[in-house]
Design a protein around this ligand. Sequence first.
Ligand code: UDP
Ligand code: MG
Length: 326
Amino acid sequence: MISVVAPIYNEGPGVDRFVTRLTEVLEAAQIDFELVLVDDGSADDSWSRISRQSLLDRRVRGLRLSRNFGKEAALLAGLEHAGGDAVVVIDSDLQHPPSAIPAMVRRWQDGAQVVEAVKRNRTGQSLGNRLSAKLFNRTFTRLTRVDLVDATDFRLLARPAVDALARMPEHSSFFRGTSSWIGFTRATVEVEIDHREGGASRWTARGLARLAVNGLTSFTSAPLHMVTLAGFGFALFAAVLGVQTLVRWVSGGSVAGFTTVILLLLVTGTFVLIGLGVIGEYLARIHEEVRGRPRYLIRERSGAGAVVPEQPVAPERWVVEQRAER
Ligand code: UDP
Ligand code: MG
């Protein structure tokens, strides 16, 4: 059996559309599945739609987080509550075509433990978004040896890979990175990314920037080394400038240049601030990890549970009576 995990944030009618489409595809391919829908603290009627779907179909389960924890946390909650022999992680806005799942499952049956969907195209994104995504992916790939170019969050993970991910304790996870970092036998399938059905992207520019910083800081300390390197660069520059000035002074030339002084002050000031900022980002991450708060809290669940791990973090209410058959 496979589990399909989908994060949902304010998708409204998109929830029903997604469940219908996914069920159609998987039934046609005769794949035995359960669907874990994680409501990431939606403010609209997403949760009532999820619980209705889980009443209509026993294969559908819902998890409701106590607030908006972000897509990464929602994915993690879904992974930790999925009981299948393999777990497919997919966006609920139908940008990731469910029709690719049967091919991914075949790769898994052929022995792959992590099957990534790589995109052939990028639709539904503005030029600015596309460029910044490209820049980030290139930088990340260069700095960390985890290949993010054309990577998506649309992945199939076999049970050993899921368990490996669930054991990683970091607070601000970066699924795209960690699911590559764990290794295992890998395979890819190419997919066409569709246009988003219903509304605009749920990511804000700030959210994306946060994700980028989290991703980088959790995978590489290269920015810290760059600060050090730049520091040496400045030291060298200062030495050269000092010698030159001294030579000019000895040979009787005047040392003028108020503007130069101001410029130098600005340049060094900027560098010091950026350097502090970079260090601060790492400090903030350490602080976050050290506090050790739970990565998400569950408010309620719906649907019959296939496998329900112990979750000591939140009071829970079962909407439908728990069924412990498996
Ligand atoms: N999502 C979520 N929590 C958030 C933001 C998004 O669970 O805080 C979900 C959203 O419902 C969708 C998926 O993550 O299923 C991808 O979001 P979106 O389509 O907005 O992102 P994009 O496709 O632009 O990367
Ligand atoms: Mg999307």
